[in-house]
Design a protein around this ligand. Sequence first.
Ligand code: SF4
Ligand code: MSK
Length: 661
Amino acid sequence: MAEEVKNEKKKELPIAQVTTCKSTQQMLRKAAEDGVETAFHRAADMKACPIGADSACCKHCSMGPCRLSSKDAYGKVGVCGATIDTIASRNFARMVASGAAAHTDHGMSMLDVFREVVAGKIKDYQIKDEQKLLEVAESVGIETAGREIKEIAVDLYEELERTYTQVEGEIPFVTRVPPKTLEKWRELGIVPRGAMREIMEIMHRTHMGVDQDYENTTKQCSRTALSDGWGGSMVATEISDILFGTPSPVLAGVDMGCLDEKQVNIIVHGHEPNMFESMIASVNDPKLLKEAEKAGAEGLNLLGMCCSGAEVLSRHGVPHAGNFMSTETVLVTGAVDAMAVDVQCIKQGLAPLAECYGTKLFTTNPRAHIEGVDHIEFVEHHPRKCTDKVVKEAIKRFKGRKAKIVIPQNKSLGIHGFSHEYINYMLGGTFRASYVPLNDNIINGRIRGVAGVVGCTNPRVRQDYVHVELVKELIKNDVLVVQTGCSQISLAKAGLMKPDSSVLAGDGLQEVCETVGMPPVLGLGSCVDNSRILIACAEMVKTGGLGESIADLPVAGAAPEWMSEKAISIGQYFVASGVFTVFGVTFPTIAETKFHKLLFDGLERQGLGKLGFAKDPYEMAALMIDHIDKKREALGIMGERERVLMDMADRRDLEVIPDSF
Ligand code: SF4
Ligand code: MSK
């Protein structure tokens, strides 16, 4: 055990209170025995700064940093005179900019690969889903009839490049936005031009002494966030589908029990699917398999973690070892021979743990090195150079394993891979694929509404608990749940991705799930795949009967255990698209301020969605269900069933929902 990673002064961690994940609990007990620390320990040791948590401080110039008091929000201003609303909205804007930049840069990398594949300069990847290529091209107005695939692909590249580089006009995917929603955006001046322009403008506006009107800053937050959701993220999803295949339901295992002591275990952790796809090819290479056998292994066992893991879980059924708060504890198993990371949500704390357990940790993306960690650059023009090398290093580590291996025996099999195309097909059948059955079941009340439950896990709240309890409460109340990212993994571990989990749903939703043969919780993939939820919302509006804009739909969203700036960008693009979106953990505003009231109320009055906040999963579910019922009422589809305002105790006691609304 490396001496430097020992933490003698660490307080004992109340393990059952920090995570409900059995595997993570077991590994935290082992971590205590081994004397190593994780983000759970660091969170317990580090009190979050209350002024920062309220977003009441500014360090945008050297006259400060200025700290405003959260108790007396309007009693104080910064040295330049900036009010709490200016400071908090500027801080929020920079979170949106950073989150949107992460997603759009990811999307741009995908587009780079697509361009090089189409030009024949990258040979290791091909256009795998031509049907999807045609659909995406048609959706942005490209002529496809009688044309060669390559010609269409060139046009599509050029069209989608505008998502990033365009300086005037509207991004290409506005063609998918319901007309009434788009009309509202135009009226408010929030239609994105190009992501680079919007992110640049937000950074300019939030410089000292520029935009000092929180309402004006918030408009640019919406515009930038929309360039992520309907721009960069949507490009990332669509191009990944074109290159690697559109997901359809696949049975796959999730949790640390997917590790296998007898095999060489390789984990890919990050966000971009390019390296992961090449790793799939590497672990299936007969030469490398032979090398593994020679080293005494029964095979090469590839697993994912976090979002790229959720993406290949959905697309190919590659097993998934756990979500964000398990990326360190999985190393404590001692069973991980190599972990290759790319971008986003990679904790620096992985480095000392990998050293301690002898796991080979590699960074692979030029944007994301970690001090002291070996870097094997991944270059899409010859991807196997990187991924073969990682596999060989993993085999070496397998051969020389020294760490004691303990693998938690928890593994949950479930169905993943519900793209919006598949939802269409699943509900409508091959010859009449459509959203009509979904809308009909919402109108007749079997399905009360749809909720997107997404986002990270966070050591400031009990891992997985809020995700799982919230989703159980929603399905019990006949709300169909769609999921992405680390949240999807929380529910998969809890067994909610199995079709028989429909027994936990209310009678109406259960009936629909049993008829169609689907679980009440549908996993759609990674964080950028939240764009699939936007498209599903647009399809619901287009199909008819549920209003004219996304803001009319009986839908809601939640990021119950969020931690990253990307979650803020996602939240803001859902709100700007018309969706009520609830955050848990904490929210970076002070409740009495004008800026807070704008986000949590004013935006809805403008015809968009709004934000909500609740830490408790039952309270969060109540907020979402009440909102769904409010929309049902406005649509005139509450039926015989009156809107029931229940308190928490009622909700907990509620076991059966009548099947006719
Ligand atoms: Fe303080 Fe204003 Fe400078 Fe911010 S911009 S640090 S509020 S003086
Ligand atoms: S990986 S952004 S912790 S969902 Fe997308 Fe998970 Fe959140 Fe990272």
